[in-house]
Ligand binder design. Structure first.
Ligand SMILES: *Cc1c(COP(=O)(O)O)cnc(C)c1O
Length: 425
């Protein structure tokens, strides 16, 4: 058992909220900004669907870094590509061509039905890229008057943490203390096609939407919403841009969540799993007419499209296709959803999702999603609450049936125990 080079278990201290802090936790809590509320576990190693903590305890990862680790931890094919590429060429910037970027973007475009892509690193940067593309397209192609372009987004959305991304949000905490915000965003009710119709006007450049809302609490809109939105956008010469940073790349049981509706959007944002669980790789993809609004000097990123990220991204896409991770997600997701629905408890008010992208809604009058995640953690299952009431279940797509069975046993046991505590109080 190793506990780092300076501390020991005895260095652990008790926090006021009852969480035991190990030396690593204390150090992180002292020097790292408190913009997250992590579960009290220090992870040191990962392989496939499992991670291990500093005491050697093994956990099933049902969180997979908000879907960034869809391939599982340390996928052997990805590790091999990293080893090869890291010793060959890593960063040169887009001041030069490389042998790696073209093949990566070609495959990404072919798999998504898009014409061109702009490589970025994090999801939020790719969202910014989409916003800039939509606005410039509105002025140069659609003919919107200068500085009048509007982008429609949805209630409950999550598009990242940059100033523009939080300007699009209706979540008070995302904005509080960070204003002023750029104008030009209009929020409509998610899932309500009439609200979208009413919000479109001559200045509307784009409608940016998550086909299933992730951070919003795994919210699945009504059947046919996305295809109706696509029709409406086409009718009014408005770009439909899907933010599939979290829902894309097999997560919901299709290669893209928009495939469930047979929709090919005018613009598409990918990230998270695109980096194979190894490093941030994102991109904005679009029809040629949209991407061609960018000219040299308009927009860029020092690291975006670097050969290391491109090599990883290419292999990440190849694995998703060759191992048919989307089909696996559909099959395992249905299985998990079925097992979860068999748990009969007043603590659970809703279970929803598609593929291995599942939210279990907890009745907040009875317990919190956080307490459930903490109890699951002590049983060796890692997940994280979203929006206080939802337990997110989004394991690596390589998870198998036996692992799901084990996870469901832990979840049932935790729910049963909590139910007893509730009934006793
Ligand atoms: C995670 C996420 C983002 C932001 O990605 P980062 O890599 O954290 O910047 C944007 N949109 C959606 C839908 C996301 O899930």
């Amino acid at each position: 058992m190793t506990l780092g080079n300076t501390g020991s278990a005895e260095r652990g201290e008790r926090k006021t909220n009852g969480e035991v802090m190990s030396a690593s936790m204390s150090l992180e809590a002292q020097y790292c900004a408190h913009n997250y509320h992590p579960l009290p576990v220090v992870l040191t190693r990962g392989e496939g669907v499992f991670v291990w903590d500093e005491n050697g305890k093994k956990y099933l990862d049902m969180m997979s870094a908000y879907s960034a680790v869809s391939h599982g931890h340390a996928h052997p094919r990805l590790v091999a590509v990293v080893r090869e590429q890291v010793a060959t060429l890593t960063i040169v910037s887009r001041a030069f061509y490389t042998d790696k970027l073209g093949p990566f973007l070609e495959l990404a475009c072919k798999l998504t039905g898009q014409d061109m892509a702009m490589p970025m690193n994090t999801g939020a940067e790719a969202v910014e890229t989409a916003i800039k593309a939509a606005r410039k397209w509105a002025y140069t192609v659609k003919g919107v008057a200068d500085n009048q372009a509007e982008i429609i987004c949805c209630s409950g959305n999550f598009h990242g943490r940059t100033i523009a991304a939080v300007a699009m949000s209706d979540e008070a905490q995302y904005q509080e203390g960070f204003g002023p915000f750029p104008p030009g965003f209009r929020i409509v009710d998610y899932g309500n096609i009439e609200a979208l119709r009413a919000a479109i006007n001559v200045n509307t450049a784009a409608f940016i939407v998550e086909p299933i809302q992730g951070e919003g609490g795994i919210v699945v809109p009504p059947e046919g919403y996305l295809s109706a939105a696509a029709d409406l956008c086409r009718e009014h010469n408005v770009l439909l841009i899907c933010d599939e940073i979290q829902t894309g790349l097999g997560r919901t049981g299709k290669f893209l969540a928009s495939d469930h509706d047979g929709v090919v959007p005018d613009g598409l944002i990918l990230g998270k799993a695109l980096g194979g669980g190894i490093m941030p790789v994102s991109m904005f993809l679009a029809r040629r007419e949209v991407m061609e609004v960018f000219t040299p000097g308009d927009h860029g990123s020092t690291f975006g499209g670097n050969p290391l990220g491109a090599a990883i991204g290419l292999e990440a896409l190849n694995i998703i296709v060759e191992d048919d991770l989307a089909a696996r997600s559909a099959e395992m997701g249905d299985y998990l959803l079925q097992q979860l629905r068999d748990i009969d408890s007043p603590l659970i008010s809703d279970i929803r999702g598609k593929g291995l992208f599942i939210g279990v809604e907890i009745d907040p009058s009875l317990t919190s999603a956080r307490s459930i995640c903490e109890a699951l953690m002590s049983r060796g299952l890692l997940s994280k609450e979203t929006h206080e009431t939802v337990v997110r279940l989004a394991p690596p797509l390589v998870i198998n049936k036996a692992e799901i069975d084990w996870a469901v046993q832990q979840i049932s046991a935790v729910i049963a125990t909590m139910e007893k505590v509730q009934l006793a109080s």
